[in-house]
Design a binder for this molecule. Structure first.
Ligand SMILES: [Zn+2]
Length: 327
């Protein structure tokens, strides 16, 4: 049985893992800095070196590896295997032939996929999405990423760009989003949006434990810090998460109307505070969705943590080697 390499190309870290795609087990993993400022050529060389090195560390041969899957933070041309726009990496990587370059450097088949679609695929195969055939993922981090599994398949849509659930509009008069649209979910529910709500509360002079926890320094306010204040019973902090959960519920209501998923998974970097959002999210969905049996939609937290992306990317590489290019 061949092993597969899953990789998570982050703006800060490059993470690679050798994955048993039968069980979803991560057999070996390695983390190095991306050093994205050195440019895409250098980063791709570092990736290829990392893959060769992790195979050696695992005492395997390149022949034991069936392929490499790479989760990429941005917009891709899946047909050409190119990156089109990576907003968090210097230079934004327009038309970089990532798939073929890594394949040439390693001699292995390579498949690329958006990073949150990789997380979606991993959670569906081996995490919180197991056992159902339609799943929506909302991943909260610097932005709000998304992904869809519909009828037992990762849904990629025309050109492979479907699943950007963070860019569903929840207020057409809302503030400009990084994507160019206005009032997207991301503007209201991302990590920075939650931190901004905390900063605003302090700027307004409200009495909250957030002030002590950040030592009266607005720059120290993070979603995690606000979650800690909420957990200790602070009302302002609880309200912030209540609001974030409400916004997620509004967006999830549209997802229910559009695709009626059996399960919605809340994940991402700040998901350890996810349970603070689950209740207001579910409540909002129950109040607002009347076109389908919304009480049957399960709303759960992601289970695979940091491994979801590498597991999903590895499984994607295996699936692509069997079915070819899906787009
Ligand atoms: Zn947007």
């Amino acid at each position: 049985m061949k092993r597969y390499i899953g990789c998570d190309l982050g703006g800060t870290n490059l993470r690679a893992a050798i994955v048993d795609i039968e069980t979803g087990a991560v057999l070996h993993h390695s983390n190095i800095p991306t050093l994205a400022r050195e440019g895409h050529e250098a980063v791709m060389q570092r990736m290829a070196d990392l893959f060769v090195q992790i195979v050696q560390t695992a005492r395997l041969e390149m022949d034991d590896i069936g392929g490499i899957g790479i989760g990429v933070p941005g917009v891709l041309d899946l047909k050409k295997g190119e990156t089109l726009f990576l907003p968090n990496l210097p230079g934004t990587w327009p038309h970089v032939p990532l798939r073929d370059t890594i394949s040439n450097l390693t001699g292995l088949p390579v498949a690329i996929l958006n990073d949150v679609r990789s997380i979606t695929y991993g959670e569906w195969k081996f995490g919180a999405g197991r056992g159902v055939n339609s799943v929506a993922v909302l991943a909260i981090g610097t932005g709000v990423g998304g992904g869809l599994v519909i009828n037992g398949q990762l849904y990629l849509g025309a050109g492979g760009t479907a699943g950007e659930l963070g860019h569903m509009v929840i207020d057409y008069n809302g503030p400009r989003c990084g994507c160019g649209n206005y009032g997207c979910l991301e503007v209201y529910a991302s990590g920075p949006a939650i931190a901004a709500m905390g900063m605003k509360a302090l700027a307004q002079g409200l009495t909250t434990k957030i002030s002590e926890l950040c030592e009266y320094n607005l720059n120290r306010i993070t979603p995690e810090l606000i979650a800690r204040a909420a957990e200790s019973g602070d009302e302002i902090a609880s309200d912030i998460y209540e609001k974030a959960g409400f916004y997620l519920g509004v967006a999830a209501s549209s997802v229910c109307a559009a695709v009626a998923p059996q399960r919605i998974i809340l994940g991402g970097g700040v998901s350890h505070a996810g349970y603070l959002r689950l209740d207001p999210m579910k409540r909002t969905m129950l109040e607002r969705v009347h076109t389908m049996p919304v009480e049957k939609v399960e709303v759960v937290l992601a289970q695979l943590g940091d491994n979801a992306g590498v597991i999903g990317a590895a499984c994607w590489a295996e699936s692509s080697s069997r079915h070819g290019n899906p787009v």
